[in-house]
Design a binder for this molecule. Structure first.
Ligand SMILES: [Ca+2]
Ligand SMILES: [Ca+2]
Ligand SMILES: [Ca+2]
Length: 186
């Protein structure tokens, strides 16, 4: 049973959250209403949803390959992000030939955020580089924590070894405007 006092506090909290929630919903809706569409031409060669698009996307997501020239074409599920979920949809289309998208061309935001699955420095693969990745690196190096998968994403200075220098490099990037983690796929 929730006491009156707790209920009151929860209501205040909900009222405080509501405008934030509504605001983010509006942002996404207005962005999509701008009539932007993606076509799955990941490598920008004019041919859409082809095997070469699949290879290009795979290279970007997993091996630090170059990003799609037009990021808007990499979002196939209309969530305004180009990531492994979209890769799966493209794979479905290329392999089965079936229409794996809800609609085509795909309505999306005019600005699509691209997120690699294997990104240097993003050890926990959540699309951001922050203190959690630093903790994962320290845990791997000094506390028998899980081995980063693949290991090269933890070699953030791309010198071929993962050690305390990478800890300093990642700390510098997160807290001191240091250089960004580098790609070193092996
Ligand atoms: Ca997407
Ligand atoms: Ca992360
Ligand atoms: Ca290193």
């Amino acid at each position: 049973m929730i006491s009156i006092k707790t209920g009151f506090l929860l209501s205040i909290f909900a009222l405080w959250l509501a405008p934030l929630y509504l605001h983010s919903e509006n942002l996404i809706a207005s962005d999509i209403l701008q009539d932007c569409y993606g076509n799955g031409d990941i490598n920008g060669d004019g041919s859409v949803r082809s095997v070469s698009d699949l290879f290009y996307f795979e290279s970007f997501l997993y091996k630090c390959g170059p990003p799609p020239p037009e990021s808007i074409n990499a979002d196939l599920n209309s969530d305004c992000i180009g990531n492994i979920a979209d890769f799966s949809l493209l794979q479905c289309f290329v392999v089965t030939g079936a229409s794996c998208f809800d609609s085509y061309p795909v309505p999306t935001c005019c600005r699509v955020r691209l997120i690699r699955y294997h990104a240097p420095g993003d050890l926990n693969k959540n699309g951001e580089i922050n203190i959690l990745d630093l903790i994962a690196l320290l845990s791997y190096l000094y506390k028998n924590g899980p081995i980063p998968e693949p290991l090269w994403i933890a070699d953030v200075n791309a010198n071929g070894v993962c050690n305390i220098v990478d800890v300093a490099y990642l700390t510098g990037y997160i807290y001191k405007d240091g250089p960004a983690p580098q790609c070193s796929p092996q």
